[in-house]
Design a binder for this molecule. Structure first.
Ligand code: ATP
Ligand code: MG
Length: 411
């Protein structure tokens, strides 16, 4: 009996794409190759909206499935066998695969799909014949069409395939098919979840983090790198732009009315983020804000933050309860890091009575007490880019040393 072990990948929403479909599929395959780089000689091909992964060593199968299950655009995965399409080979491989998996009892149903209409036997008959072969080989197995213990799938395409295990994957759209956005990444629970949700729609992310050393510690910054690293299970690689924020916060604290401290801090964050976003061709900003969670997240406050920038601000957790956000954080693996007790620059300078319904004109008047352009410029000159992948920091560079800095100076 000759066969190849491989993985069948079922795509999600890409199905809905008409003429653009090859672009979505190509992007997905590239993302898969990137994510599977740690294994040698992987081969990936595509046929009729199924993607096939070859050359995964049996000892690497579990890890490969785990990696692939986190790639946006993939709906489900099945470890399968591929072989020549004869009905005898279908029976033989189904029986042998069950035997190898130690499955010799319980109920089953065979589901057949004949994508190659030239194959002389129709689907119901393929199912019945393979089912008959299994019953003959395993007297303790029984057919149950309504509530079987397992479904054995047979697909007839260019080759034939058998599988009976399906691993669910994250779904969504392949990263890189829906542009780029800048995620304001704090050390909290909400912003990594917000980033995950936007990335899931196929959006490539950049991270931006503001820190106020020595008011916030080095450890708080490292925690953000850890979160970025955890997000890399889904986004493969993430550049985080680190913005020193101490002077700006001290200036707001010294010169502006106490009640506007938070809202002015947030406006500066948005303005600096917009500049970095534009340098990186990001089409939007992403935050982890949720209505009413804190003073800066009332509708009036959100209006004043939105007013600071000319990019759309995506807030995917805006309507979610903290418990719902925490549930996603646990699922994606960022929760445990997020709850480590390190301070955020927002909390260090929290006023005793922050305005919950700030008036935009009053906020703008308070902001005019500062030399905004000079402060932003000074911060931009110290921005660092930290490239992170699933193994940690891979590269660090100052924004002023990057080619894009020249575009910034020009503006
Ligand atoms: P999170 O749990 O993500 O920290 P939060 O509930 O603490 O959010 P805020 O501190 O008001 O709420 O922050 C709201 C949003 O502003 C965050 O979700 C994040 O997108 C952004 N943000 C806050 N602090 C920072 C920071 N230091 N650097 C970058 N973005 C930040
Ligand atoms: Mg926070």
């Amino acid at each position: 009996m000759s066969y190849r072990n491989m993985i069948i990948v079922k795509v999600g929403e890409i199905h809905l794409k008409g003429l653009n479909r090859p672009f979505f599929e190509r992007t997905l395959i590239n993302n898969m190759k990137q994510a599977l780089k740690c294994f040698e000689d992987i081969r990936i091909s595509i046929s009729q909206s199924r993607i096939f992964v070859y050359n995964i060593m049996p000892e690497n199968l579990e890890e490969a499935l785990n990696i692939l299950s986190k790639i946006f655009g993939i709906h489900a995965l099945s470890p399968a066998r591929e072989f020549e399409k004869t009905i005898e080979a279908c029976i033989e491989n189904a029986v042998d695969m069950l035997k190898q998996a130690g499955i010799t009892s319980g109920t089953f149903k065979v589901k057949a799909r004949r994508a190659d209409k030239h194959f002389p036997i129709e689907s119901p008959e393929i199912a019945a014949t393979v089912g008959g072969g299994i019953l003959e080989a395993f007297p303790d197995m029984k057919v149950d069409l309504h509530n079987p213990d397992r479904i054995i799938e047979v697909e007839i395409r260019d080759k034939a395939y058998v599988y009976f295990e399906t691993v669910p994957a994250v779904g969504g759209m392949p990263i890189g098919t829906n542009g780029r956005a800048a995620l304001l990444l704090s050390g909290g629970i909400d912003s990594p979840v917000a980033g995950y949700m936007i990335a899931k729609r196929g959006v490539q992310l950049d991270g931006i983090h503001f820190y106020s050393y020595p008011h916030t510690s080095e450890r708080a910054k490292e925690k953000v790198f850890e979160l970025a690293q955890e997000l890399c299970a889904y986004v493969t690689r993430l550049s985080v732009f680190i913005v020193p924020f101490t002077h700006i916060q001290e200036q707001i604290y010294d010169k502006c009315p106490d009640q506007f401290m938070t809202i002015l801090t947030r406006r500066f964050m948005m303005k600096i983020s917009e500049r970095i976003a534009r340098l990186r061709s990001c089409g939007a900003l992403v935050t982890g804000e949720s209505i009413g969670q804190v003073a800066s997240q009332t509708m009036e406050s959100l209006l004043t933050t939105d007013n600071a920038v000319n990019l759309p601000v995506f807030r995917p957790v805006i309507g979610m309860d903290k418990l719902e956000i925490m549930e996603i954080a646990r699922k994606i693996g960022t929760y445990e890091t997020s709850i480590l007790p390190y301070e955020d620059c927002c909390t260090v300078f929290t006023p005793r009575h922050p305005a919950t319904k700030p008036k935009l004109d009053e906020v703008i008047k308070a902001e005019a007490l500062l030399d905004e352009e000079a402060l932003i410029r000074e911060a931009m000159e110290m921005v660092e880019r930290i490239d992170i992948d699933a193994n940690g920091v891979i590269h660090t560079q100052k924004l002023v040393d990057m080619a894009i800095w020249k575009d910034y100076i020009k503006e």
